[in-house]
Design a protein around this ligand. Structure first.
Ligand code: ARG
Length: 473
C-alpha cells in the first residue's frame, strides 16, 4: 500500500515500526473492522458515492477476508501498522485498485471508534452472560444448602449467626448489580460514530442513519469531534470490571479463608488447586489467589486508560491507540475469572458438620441476649453492659452463654428467667429475623424470589442485546 509515498519521503525507521504498530493486539478487532467496512460500503453504494458493481466487488472481497480470518489464514504485517490498514491492504491484493474506494468519506479515526464499539457490544454481552452464570451458581448453592447456619463475621471476629444461604446471596446481589451496571451502559455505547470522519464529518452526502441502522445501533453519534475522541464506554467497562473485582477478590478471599485448616468450612475441588514443589501435604487455593491477585491488573487497566485520556485536547491523538491493550486485558481476565470461579463454586463441598459445630462454639448469641433483656424492659445500653460482663464470666468459666447456670445469670439481672436459653439458641436467633433483607429463613425465601425475578428481567434484556449484535451483512 502506498500511503506513505506522497507526503513522506522515507520508509519508517525499523526502530519505530514495532513501537508504532498496533497490529499485534488490535487484530482482536478484525471481525468488527470487516463488518464495519461492509456496512460503510453498502452505504456508499446507496448514496451513489460508488457504483453498485464496485460495491459488490468490495463486499465480496471483504467477505473472503472475513472467511480467511476465521480460518486463521490472514497474515498481518507490522509495516502496515494496524488492523485497518492490514485489512485494506488484503482487499487491495484481492480485488485491485477498486479497493481504494472503500475509504471514501471515512478516516481511521471514526473507523477505530466504530470497531471498539462493535467489539465492546459483543464483549458486554459475553461478560453479562458470565456474570449471570456466576449469579445463578450462587443462587443455586443458596437453595441447595437449605437452612444450614454459619457464623457471621465483622472485623473477621465472630459477630452473629446467619444462614449460609444468606451469606452466599450477599455475593449474588453484588454480581447482580455488576450486571445492572453493564446493562445500563448499553444505551451510551450503542451509538454509531461512523461518518464522523477524521474529526469534522464529511462533505460528501453520506447517510449516517443508514450505517447506524445496518449495524443495529440506536442512532449515529451527535458530534463528530466527540465521536473520534470519546472513550467513555471503554472507561465504563473498565470501571465496571474494577468494581466487579472488588466482589470477585472478596469472594475469593472468603473461600481461601474457609478452605484453611483454621476454618475448615469448605473443601475446594482439586482441579482448581495446586500443590507445593517442596511440601507434599499442601493443597493450595491457587485459582482463588490468582483471581484475588488479578485485581491488580484490573485496577491498573482502569488507571492506565484514565491517565491516557486525561488532558487530551480535541480530537484524535495517537495516544488513543494505547486504549486497546488495557481493554482487551480486562475483557479477557474478567470473563475467565467469572467462568472459573463459578465452576469452582459448583464443585466446592461445605463441611456442614464443622460449620454447624462452630455456630454453637462462640459468643455470637450475645446481641440476642441483650435483646432478650430489652424485651423484659431493660434499656439496651444497660443490657449491653450486663451481657458484656456475662461474656467475661463465661470466658473465665470456659463456657459459652448457653452453658452458664441461670443462678449466675440472675446475679447480673433479676429479669433473666429459664426462657433465655431458647431465646439465644442460634436456630431461634436466626428464625426470629423476619425483617425484610435479614437472615431468617422467611426473609431469605423472599430474597431468593426477588433475586430470581431480577435475574429473569436481566436475562430478557440481554436476549434483546444478543440479537442486536448478531449482525449479518
Ligand atoms: N491504530 C489507530 C488507533 O488505534 C487507528 C487510528 C489511526 N488514526 C490516525 N490518525 N493515525 O488509534
Amino acid at each position: 500500500m502506498v500511503l506513505r509515498n506522497s507526503r513522506l519521503t522515507t520508509k519508517t525507521s525499523k526502530l519505530f515500526d514495532s513501537f508504532n504498530a498496533s497490529i499485534n493486539f488490535d487484530q482482536e478487532l478484525a471481525e468488527d473492522d470487516i463488518l464495519g467496512s461492509i456496512a460503510h460500503c453498502k452505504m456508499l453504494v446507496k448514496c451513489q458515492l460508488i457504483s453498485a458493481s464496485d460495491g459488490q466487488k468490495i463486499v465480496k472481497g471483504l467477505k473472503q477476508i472475513q472467511k480467511e480470518f476465521h480460518q486463521g489464514k490472514l497474515n498481518f504485517t507490522e509495516q502496515l501498522e494496524d488492523v485497518h490498514m492490514n485489512i485494506e491492504d488484503q482487499l487491495l491484493k484481492k480485488i485491485g485498485a477498486v479497493a481504494g474506494k472503500l475509504h471514501t468519506a471515512r478516516s481511521r479515526n471514526d473507523q477505530v471508534a466504530l470497531d471498539t464499539r462493535l467489539y465492546l457490544r459483543r464483549q458486554l454481552v459475553t461478560t453479562v452472560q458470565n456474570l449471570l452464570g456466576l449469579t445463578d451458581t450462587l443462587a443455586n448453592l443458596a437453595k441447595s444448602v437449605g437452612d444450614q447456619m454459619i457464623p457471621g463475621y465483622t472485623h473477621l471476629q465472630r459477630a452473629q449467626p446467619v444462614l449460609l444461604s444468606h451469606y452466599l446471596l450477599a455475593y449474588a446481589w453484588k454480581f447482580s448489580r455488576d450486571i445492572e451496571r453493564l446493562l445500563s451502559s448499553w444505551d451510551r455505547l450503542n451509538r454509531c460514530p461512523l461518518g464522523a470522519g477524521a474529526l469534522a464529518g464529511s462533505g460528501l452526502a453520506i447517510d449516517r442513519n443508514y450505517t447506524a441502522k445496518l449495524l443495529n445501533f440506536s442512532a449515529p453519534t451527535a458530534n463528530s469531534m466527540d465521536s473520534v475522541s470519546d472513550r467513555d464506554h471503554l472507561l465504563e467497562y473498565l470501571s465496571n470490571a474494577a468494581i466487579s473485582f472488588t466482589h470477585l477478590s472478596g469472594l475469593s478471599e472468603e473461600f481461601i479463608l474457609w478452605a484453611s485448616q483454621e476454618f475448615a468450612f469448605v473443601d475446594l475441588p482439586d482441579e482448581f488447586c495446586q500443590t507445593s514443589s517442596m511440601m507434599p501435604q499442601k493443597k493450595n487455593p491457587d485459582l482463588l489467589e490468582l483471581i484475588r491477585g488479578k485485581s491488580g491488573r484490573i485496577n491498573g487497566n482502569l488507571i492506565n486508560l484514565l491517565t491516557i485520556l486525561k488532558g487530551l485536547s480535541q480530537t484524535y491523538f495517537k495516544d488513543l491507540q494505547e486504549d486497546k491493550e488495557p481493554l482487551f486485558d480486562s475483557v479477557k481476565t474478567w470473563n475467565q475469572s467469572l467462568i472459573l470461579i463459578s465452576e469452582l463454586l459448583k464443585k466446592t463441598k461445605f463441611n456442614t458438620a464443622k460449620i454447624s459445630h462452630e455456630v454453637y462454639a462462640d459468643y455470637s448469641n450475645a446481641t440476642d441476649l441483650a435483646d432478650y433483656l430489652t424485651s423484659k424492659g431493660v434499656s439496651f445500653r444497660e443490657a449491653h453492659q450486663i451481657v458484656g460482663q456475662l461474656v467475661q464470666v463465661a470466658i473465665k468459666q470456659k463456657k459459652y452463654l448457653l452453658q452458664i447456670a441461670l443462678s449466675d445469670y440472675q446475679k447480673f439481672c433479676p429479669s433473666f428467667t429459664q426462657d433465655l436459653y431458647a431465646y439465644i439458641d442460634p436456630r431461634n436467633i436466626i428464625n426470629r429475623r423476619r425483617v425484610a433483607g435479614s437472615t431468617g429463613p422467611l426473609s431469605v425465601k423472599v430474597q431468593l424470589k426477588d433475586l430470581t425475578m431480577q435475574l429473569k428481567i436481566q436475562k430478557k434484556q440481554l436476549a434483546k442485546y444478543s440479537k442486536l449484535i448478531n449482525t449479518k451483512l
